[in-house]
Design a protein around this ligand. Structure first.
Ligand code: HXC
Length: 510
C-alpha cells in the first residue's frame, strides 16, 4: 500500500514539473511564471483542485509516440477567488510550447462544460504556440470544440482570457469570443499570423511586439481590455475584477460589505464643471467621488479615451459606469467610443449589472474619416445596446447633451429609468453658435443681432429646464448629492422587471 501511495506521489511530482526544470528556468528567465504558479496566485490559498493531471496526447506522428508529458501542456481545474468558485485552465509553455493537441483541447472543453454546468466564471491563462503542429487536423478540431463552447457560454457565465506569453493562430479566437482579454506588457503578444508569415505575404517587416503586443491591442485594435506590467500584477488585477462580476447571468450583481455611506455628500462636485462651457474637466474625478470607496476598475482605459467604461460599487453592489470624458476630444462620440461603450453596456446587461451613465457629450464627431469608417453603424451599436437594456439605468447629465448623442447616452426615451441633470446641464439639439448660424442665417451680417440671438438661444435651450419641463429629466439635482441620489435610485430599481416580445435573437448592427 505504501508503495502505491509513493508511486502516486512520484507521478504527481513528475506531472507538476511539466516540461522539466530547464524549461521552467527558461520561463522564469523571461520574467514569466509557470502555469501552476499563475494558478496558485490567481486562486485562494490551497483552493485549487486539479483535473486530468495525467492526460497524455495520443499522437504517433513525427516521433511523438516517444515523447509524452503528463498533463499535455495545459493545467486545468477549479478553485475559489475570495471564496467564490471559478474554473481555470492555464497553458503550460514548458510542454510542447503549450500547443493545443486533441487531448489538450479535451481537457479545456471538460473545464468549459463544468463551468457552464456549475454556472461559474471561467478564466483561461494563455502562453502557447497555437495548434500542435504534429497533430494536424486533430488540433484544429480541438479548437473548434473550444470555440463552440465559448459561444454557448457567452452571456451565461463570465469568461476571461489572460494573455501571458505568445498567443497565435488558433489560440487567438477563443479569447476573442470571451468577455474580457487582459495582457502582460512586454511578454505577451497576440496575432493570427506571426511576423514571418506577414513578411512572406505582405512584405511588411514587424516585430511580434509591434504586430500584437499589449500596447497595440489596448490602444489601437481594442482587442485587449487592459494590460499590466507583469504576471503578478496582472493576476492580482484579475482577482480584483472577478469581485465585480456575478457568477452567472442569473446570480445578479455581487454584493460586498461597504464601508462608505450611501448618503455621503461631496461639495467639491459643485465646482467640478467649469464656468466656461468649452473648458474640460476630468469625469473620472466624478466617478471616483461617487462610487464606494473610490474603487473603480476601468475597462479599455487606453482606447477611445473620450468615453470611460468600468466597474464600481454602490452600497456594496457592483455597477457598470459609462461616462463621456470632456478631457479627450471634448467627450465627443466617435466610432471607437461607440463600439467600446456598446460592448461594455451589453456585458452589463447580459449579467444583470445596473448601469450608471454620466453624460457630457457635444455630439457625434463630424468628418469623412468618421462617416467612411461607419460612424452611423457604430453609433447605432451604442444606441441599440442601451435600448436593449433591461437592467436598471440611471443617467446623470452634468453638462452637454447635444443632438443624437443626447438620445444615445441612456436617455429616458430609449429606456433609462431615472434621469437626473445637474443645474449646469445643457440639453439641446446643438450648441448656441451652430444653432444661431443655421436658424438666423439671414441675420449673420449683423453681429449685434447675432449676439442677441445667441444669448436668447443660450437662455432658453442651454439649460436642463426645457427637458425637465417635459419630464425627460426626472429632477435637476445638486452635484454634491449625486452619490446619494444614485444610491437611492439604484435601491428603488432593484426590482425592475421588463417584458420583451419573444424572438430568436436581435439583429445588432455589427
Ligand atoms: C508543437 C510547438 C509549437 C507548436 C512551439 N512548440 N510551438 N510544438 N506545435 N505549435 C514547441 C517548440 O518545438 C519547442 O519545443 C517549444 O515548444 C518552445 O518553442 P520555441 O520555438 O523554442 O520557443 P520560442 O522561441 O519562445 O518561440 C515561441 C513561438 C514559436 C513564437 C510560439 O514556438 C512558434 O512560432 N511556434 C509555432 C507557432 C505557430 O505557427 N503555430 C501554429 C499556428 S496555426 P522544444 O522541445 O524545442 O522545447 C494554428 C491554426 C489553428 O494555430 C487555427 C484554428 C482556427
Amino acid at each position: 500500500m505504501k508503495d502505491i501511495l509513493e508511486t502516486l506521489d512520484q507521478r504527481r511530482e513528475g506531472a507538476r514539473l511539466g516540461g522539466g526544470e530547464a524549461r521552467i528556468a527558461a520561463q522564469h528567465k523571461r520574467g514569466k511564471l509557470t502555469a501552476r504558479e499563475r494558478i496558485e496566485l490567481l486562486l485562494d490559498k490551497d483552493s485549487f483542485e486539479e483535473f486530468d493531471m495525467f492526460v497524455q496526447h495520443r499522437c504517433t506522428d513525427f516521433g511523438m509516440e516517444k515523447s509524452h508529458v503528463p498533463g499535455d501542456g495545459v493545467v486545468t481545474g477549479w478553485g475559489t477567488v475570495n471564496g467564490r468558485t471559478v474554473f481555470v485552465f492555464a497553458k503550460d509553455f514548458t510542454v510542447f510550447g503549450g500547443s493545443l493537441s486533441e487531448t489538450h483541447a479535451q481537457k479545456i472543453t471538460k473545464i468549459q462544460d463544468m463551468a457552464l454546468k456549475m454556472r461559474a466564471p471561467i478564466i483561461g491563462l494563455f502562453d502557447a504556440g497555437g495548434a500542435r503542429i504534429q497533430e494536424g487536423v486533430a488540433a484544429l478540431g480541438g479548437y473548434g470544440e473550444v470555440f463552440k463552447r465559448n459561444v454557448i457560454a457567452s452571456g451565461v457565465i463570465p469568461q476571461i482570457s489572460v494573455i501571458m506569453g505568445p498567443c497565435a493562430g488558433g489560440d487567438v479566437y477563443s479569447p476573442a469570443m470571451t468577455d474580457f482579454i487582459f495582457m502582460v506588457r512586454d511578454t505577451s503578444y497576440m496575432f493570427v499570423t506571426g511576423p514571418d508569415v506577414v513578411k512572406t505575404v505582405t512584405n511588411e517587416v514587424v516585430t511580434a511586439e509591434e504586430l500584437g503586443g499589449a500596447k497595440v491591442h489596448t490602444s489601437k485594435s481594442s482587442i485587449a481590455d487592459g494590460a499590466f506590467d507583469n504576471d503578478v500584477e496582472c493576476i492580482l488585477q484579475i482577482r480584483r475584477l472577478l469581485d465585480f462580476l456575478p457568477a452567472n447571468n442569473q446570480a445578479g450583481a455581487p454584493s460586498w460589505p461597504s464601508y462608505d455611506t450611501p448618503d455621503r455628500i461631496d461639495y467639491s462636485l459643485d465646482t467640478l464643471v467649469p464656468d466656461n462651457p468649452n473648458k474640460p474637466y476630468d469625469i473620472k474625478e466624478l466617478i471616483l467621488k461617487v462610487v464606494d470607496e473610490g474603487d473603480f476598475f476601468e475597462i479599455q482605459e487606453a482606447y477611445a479615451k473620450n468615453i470611460v467604461t468600468g466597474f464600481g460599487r454602490m452600497e456594496g453592489r457592483a455597477i457598470g459606469v459609462v461616462a463621456n470624458q470632456p478631457m479627450v476630444l471634448a467627450g465627443v462620440l466617435d466610432s471607437d467610443a461607440s463600439r467600446k461603450a456598446a460592448r461594455f453596456v451589453r456585458f452589463c446587461n447580459a449579467f444583470n449589472i445596473p448601469i450608471v451613465t454620466f453624460v457630457d457629450v457635444p455630439g457625434f464627431l463630424p468628418g469623412t474619416a468618421q462617416e467612411y469608417g461607419g460612424l452611423i453603424k457604430h453609433g447605432a451599436k451604442l444606441l441599440f445596446a442601451y435600448s436593449q437594456c433591461d437592467v436598471p439605468l440611471v443617467t446623470i447629465i452634468t453638462r452637454k447633451a447635444f443632438g443624437g448623442a443626447y438620445d444615445v447616452m441612456a436617455s429616458k426615451h430609449i429606456g433609462a429609468d431615472v434621469n437626473y441633470a445637474w443645474p449646469t446641464a445643457q440639453i439641446a439639439v446643438m450648441g448656441a453658435k451652430g444653432a444661431v448660424e443655421i436658424i438666423f442665417r439671414s441675420e449673420m451680417g449683423d453681429p449685434a443681432k447675432i449676439a442677441a440671438r445667441t444669448a436668447e438661444y443660450e437662455g432658453r435651450f442651454l439649460s436642463p429646464f426645457v427637458a425637465a419641463e417635459r419630464g425627460y429629466i426626472d429632477e435637476v439635482i445638486m452635484p454634491h448629492s449625486t452619490r446619494r441620489r444614485i444610491a437611492r435610485a439604484l435601491a428603488m430599481l432593484k426590482t425592475k422587471s421588463v417584458e420583451r416580445p419573444a424572438r430568436k435573437h436581435d439583429n445588432l448592427p455589427l
